[in-house]
Design a protein around this ligand. Structure first.
Ligand SMILES: [Zn+2]
Length: 673
């Protein structure tokens, strides 16, 4: 029997032959691809020829071609259209793929070939891109411990295994604490809550088997409760439970786990020859050093804290009018901020929604890409993996650039959130290979489908990631498209969000679903003004978390993370009425895995860059300025990871990003009203 995943695909543009693939094809195809990868790796490592860039690095680039092709289809389907069979296979494959990748970095013969090339790199006559691929490959082997010997090598393996166990335990404890707590409400306690909160509280009550509505620790329920409930006693109870997640004593307490994780990370970094875990972690990032991160965060911290203090005075005044004395507390902030918002920005989501039709917003994203980069989009009629998915061919001046798939509607089989992935990445090593890129969202279906302004922003965000893939123009797959530093990868996506709010874009595409009239100027103004609301609070709660994360990893590991957290907050003079967005015992970004450890800052780092990058268009006097768009494509959107992120940014902008545009965008500048 032939497995369609292992055949050559003679479909249009080499798209996966979705109509011929059965779920039972994936397991055998993944196994076959892993076996082929192992044969290829062994052939490279055992090659009797002396190492060359071609027989080692280029061969490595191509070793996983089949695995990339099969996994590209499988993991996209597993996320966007799960079935029990796909979920079971995902669980089965996770340890196999992890073992495969550590086999490669643990292959001594392969490591020696890479190191030999590195030592003679000056004499190899490499292009810039090749030198970059050599440096990155060697670095990823080194960071995985390839150069360690004897006891150190064994200890690193132990440390990594223990960290994996602790990360999972941290996550499971947090889930248990979040599931275990709820607050029952009597009918009278629902006073002041809008309909959608009441509905959600009743649904949560049914789910928990309670007699009536309940408030749980889910962000989507507790935040609106804290915003709308006039009952200060209930708000206090809910806020305190929310803040105490992971620190309630007993089996699910995360404090000791956090301490052990920090100590093991420090040990891991030192085994690999780094001074601290933050130094190790930031080596691969645009920020490069803990000092650079701290400097950026503190530049934003002071103005944000000053704004939060001005806001606290106004909110305290409102609380006094309610007859409450004493200090504004964390359970008061959201409630009075919501009341103030209603007075200052009377913005009703129901009034906005008819203007954001999904079809029009897709057209708007395409239209901006056409004006900026000359891209054209033509619908394709090809078999896809679900009836809701649509495909377009992307061309420029008649030349094929990419296939773009849009999978926009929510369904039970799709995981939550929104993302962009490539089923095939761009490269030129094995002949010109153009990408197949997917945007997956969770918008509510409707006829016609209407989006919120946030949804429309998500659509533009994911399309920005897609452009980073579709415009990619490098030779090697390992550095193509979005294969860039974590604190750089959100630049194209967050930057693209700016075009949604360009007045001429909204006037052309935000047309009322019934009348066809463009959004009135006044509504547009109110929409834009409301976006900077309560930014002092939001910035303070974020930066406090980012600084605690950085302090934890920058130097010796603290024996008592809770005391270290308190010290950091005291040093930066954290306002009393605001708490960290994520306190240590429930800071999943930092402790559930390595992804955002000493990396939580990167959300703000990216925002600094997108604000500063968009300002280049403002300075040119035209959001579609051709020259600026050409530079954006040349130095960022087509360049992938072919150079250091700071070099790419500097080439585009003529300098490194400054925080001015971000402070203006958040309404935190000294001269902001
Ligand atoms: Zn993103």
């Amino acid at each position: 029997m032939t497995n369609p995943l292992l055949q050559d695909w003679t479909t249009p543009f080499g798209l996966p032959p979705f109509d011929g693939i059965e779920d039972t094809d994936f397991g055998p195809a993944l196994e076959a691809a892993l076996a082929e990868g192992r044969r290829n790796i062994a052939a490279i490592a055992e090659d009797p020829e002396a190492p060359t860039f071609a027989n080692t690095l280029e061969a490595l680039e191509l070793a996983d071609r089949l695995l990339d092709r099969v996994a590209g289809v499988f993991y996209n389907l597993a996320g966007a259209d799960a079935t029990p069979a796909r979920e079971a296979l995902q669980r089965e494959m996770a340890p196999k793929l992890a073992a495969y990748s550590s086999e490669i970095t643990n292959n001594r013969a392969l490591w020696r070939r890479i190191e030999t090339l590195w030592q003679s790199r000056e004499a190899l006559g490499l292009t810039e891109e090749q030198a970059r691929v050599l440096m990155l490959t060697r670095r990823s082997f080194l960071r995985a411990g390839a150069a360690l010997e004897g006891e150190d090598r064994a200890r690193l393996t132990e440390v990594k295994a223990r960290l994996a166990v602790l990360g999972t335990q941290f996550t499971q404890n947090l889930l248990a604490e979040e599931r275990g707590w709820f607050m029952e409400l009597a009918e009278g306690d629902l006073e002041g809550l809008p309909g959608f909160v009441v509905d959600a509280a009743r649904a949560a009550g049914r789910e928990k088997g309670a007699a009536g509505p309940v408030i749980t620790l889910s962000r989507s329920l507790i935040v609106p409760f804290l915003q709308f409930s006039p009952r200060r006693d209930l708000r206090e109870k809910a806020q305190k439970a929310w803040a105490a997640r992971g620190a309630n004593g007993g089996d699910t307490d995360n404090r000791a786990i956090a301490a052990e994780i920090l100590a093991l990370r420090q040990e891991r970094a030192q085994l690999l020859g780094y001074e601290s875990f933050a130094t190790y972690k930031l080596e691969t990032e645009m920020a490069k050093t803990p000092g650079n991160v701290r400097e950026l965060l503190m530049q934003v911290w002071e103005p944000a804290r000053a704004q939060a203090q001005r806001d606290a005075e106004i909110l305290t005044g409102m609380m006094r009018e309610d007859g409450i004395n004493g200090d504004l507390a964390p359970w008061d902030w959201r409630y009075y901020a919501q009341a103030r918002r209603k007075v200052e920005h009377d913005l009703d989501e129901a009034e906005l929604k008819p203007y954001f039709q999904l079809e029009r917003m897709i057209a708007a994203a395409f239209d901006c890409a056409n004006r900026l980069f000359g891209l054209d989009f033509t619908p394709l009629d090809v078999p896809l993996y679900h009836p809701d998915v649509r495909a377009w061919e992307v061309t420029r001046e008649g030349r094929h650039m990419a296939v773009f798939l849009g999978d926009y509607f929510a369904r039970g089989s799709k995981r939550s959130g929104a993302w962009c992935s490539a089923m095939r990445s761009q490269s030129k090593l094995d002949g010109e290979t153009r990408p197949i890129v997917v945007n997956v969202c969770n918008f509510a279906k409707g006829d016609p489908a209407l989006l919120s302004h946030d949804d429309a922003r998500t659509l533009f965000h994911e399309f920005g990631h897609a452009l980073h893939q579709m415009l990619s123009d490098v030779t090697y797959q390992s550095i193509s498209g979005t294969s860039v530093a974590r604190d750089f990868v959100e630049l194209p996506s967050q930057l693209y969000e700016h075009w949604l709010d360009v007045p001429e874009v909204l006037e052309k595409h935000a047309l009322h679903v019934e009348t066809g009239q463009p959004m009135p100027r006044d509504l547009l103004q109110r929409l834009l003004a409301a976006q900077t609301y309560d930014m002092g609070f939001q910035t303070v709660e974020f930066i406090a978390s980012a600084l605690v994360d950085l302090d934890f990893h920058d130097g010796p590991a603290p024996a008592d993370p809770m005391a270290a957290e308190a010290e950091t907050l005291a040093r930066i003079k954290m306002p009393d009425a605001i708490v960290m967005r994520h306190a240590t015992p429930h800071f999943a970004h930092v402790f559930s895995g390595d992804g955002y450890s000493s990396g939580y800052y990167s959300y703000m780092w990216s925002e600094v860059m997108d604000a500063d990058a968009y300002r280049a268009f403002e300075e040119a006097g035209d959001p579609f300025d051709a020259d600026t768009a050409a530079r954006l494509e040349r130095f960022i959107l087509s360049a992938g990871g072919s150079a250091e992120a700071d070099a790419l940014y500097t080439a585009f902008r003529g300098r490194m990003p400054g925080v001015g545009a971000l402070l203006d965008g958040r309404g935190l500048s000294a001269d902001s009203p």
